[in-house]
Design a binder for this molecule. Structure first.
Ligand SMILES: Cc1cc2nc3c(=O)[nH]c(=O)nc-3n(C[C@H](O)[C@H](O)[C@H](O)COP(=O)(O)OP(=O)(O)OC[C@H]3O[C@@H](n4cnc5c(N)ncnc54)[C@H](O)[C@@H]3O)c2cc1C
Ligand code: SF4
Length: 327
């Protein structure tokens, strides 16, 4: 591992100043330190943000929540308001990683964890995400778990977070502090599609720190859930996932929120499917048709066409179960 300096930060301004001069934030370290051991990440300075006052979950007026960026995944999953009002978020968190990892992993770090594409994690392989212009061996190689939506010829990586899929469905807003001040951003706009800049995962600039994530109240009397498909029963990243919230009344979809995981370079908000569903009968036929509308844009590679069928069935089954819960 390349040598680096370690700088524990005591306040947000100091953390931002240190990181904007070439440092990287260290939260739970469960992704960053692994990537440093592999030589994928090589920061000069690790700015430890564990002591910053970012570990509170606060109730917002109107029923929403502000989640500090340093809140541990296990604490957030167990929070009583999350479990009561946002079960989709609690379920997504509990579907991710192991108990030990969730005790270390944070809200900010989970959103900013990097792709698990095997070529990206192997510095002996070319990869446009390491070094633009070196190529994408995944296109003709191992891409079974990679993207079917929004990919480019330069990169077909997926975003691995479960939590982010739930937060995208919940219209979460990211609070950011940086060298140029504060800004907030819908979570749907934080992560980027690869396009011709696959080395950029997000729109954050040097030194920008996520301080919190706001989750507004759902705004309709809906129920919500997260479903994840993976290669083994526990401790595995998704091969497909769905976060859904549904408000159905008298057999008709009044409102719906849908996001897909493990299908794109970012947590994929399924706006097309949502639009197709509003006002339609709340039954499997409509759910499948809406999924098909969203997945019409899918461009699978040789070995990942199964994800289209998987995502379609996950959407329909999850919405069917939510319809049953509401009835
Ligand atoms: C074996 C294993 C299995 C796993 N399985 C799953 C799974 O099934 N589902 C899943 O979702 N995840 C899974 N994970 C990933 C795990 O959830 C992430 O490693 C973790 O959430 C990252 O959080 P962290 O706080 O440790 O981040 P760190 O490793 O500390 O940081 C990650 C990145 O975020 C940046 N960062 C951290 N906090 C901030 C902030 N506040 N502002 C700006 N930048 C910041 C860091 O600089 C770094 O670039 C797994 C990990 C392992 C090792
Ligand atoms: S998919 Fe992206 S991360 Fe994977 S090898 Fe291609 S460029 Fe690299």
């Amino acid at each position: 591992m390349k040598t680096f300096d370690y700088a524990p930060a005591t306040d947000v301004a100091a953390a931002v100043a240190l990181a904007s001069q070439g440092g990287r934030f260290l939260a739970g370290g469960t992704n960053l330190v692994d990537l440093m051991k592999l030589g994928v990440e090589t920061p000069d300075v690790l700015v430890d943000i564990a002591r910053l006052p970012l570990r509170e979950v606060t109730e917002l007026p109107g029923g929403g929540l502000r989640i500090g960026a340093g809140v541990r995944n296990s604490d957030l999953a167990a929070h009583p308001v999350v479990r009561r009002d946002f079960p989709v978020l609690s379920q997504a968190l509990l579907a991710g990683a192991s108990g030990q990892l969730r005790n270390m992993a944070t809200t900010g770090g989970n959103l900013l964890q990097r792709t698990r594409c095997r070529y990206f994690m192997d510095m002996t392989k070319p990869c446009n995400k390491h070094a633009p212009g070196t190529g994408c061996p995944a296109r003709n190689g191992d891409h079974r778990n990679l993207a079917i939506l929004g990919a480019s010829e330069h990169c077909v990586a997926t975003h691995p977070s479960d939590m982010a899929v739930a937060l995208v469905a919940l219209d979460a807003i990211v609070q950011i502090t940086g060298p140029d001040g504060d800004r907030s951003l819908p979570l749907t706009e934080l992560h980027r599609l690869p396009g011709d800049t696959p080395h950029l995962d997000t729109v954050l600039t040097a030194g920008e720190l996520i301080t919190a994530v706001d989750v507004p109240a759902l705004g309709f009397g809906g129920v919500s859930a997260y479903r994840k498909a993976r290669d083994r029963a526990s401790y595995a990243f998704a091969v497909g996932s769905v976060a859904a919230a549904l408000h159905a009344e008298d057999g008709v979809v009044r409102d719906v929120r849908l996001a897909l995981g493990a299908v794109a370079h970012k947590p994929w908000r399924a706006f097309v499917a949502e639009e197709a569903l509003r006002g339609r009968p709340a039954n499997r036929e409509s759910f499948l048709a809406a999924a098909d509308a969203e997945l019409a844009a899918a461009r699978p590679l040789r070995d990942n066409g199964y994800k289209r069928t998987l995502a379609r069935n996950l959407v329909a089954t999850t919405l069917e179960r939510l319809t049953g819960e509401r009835a």
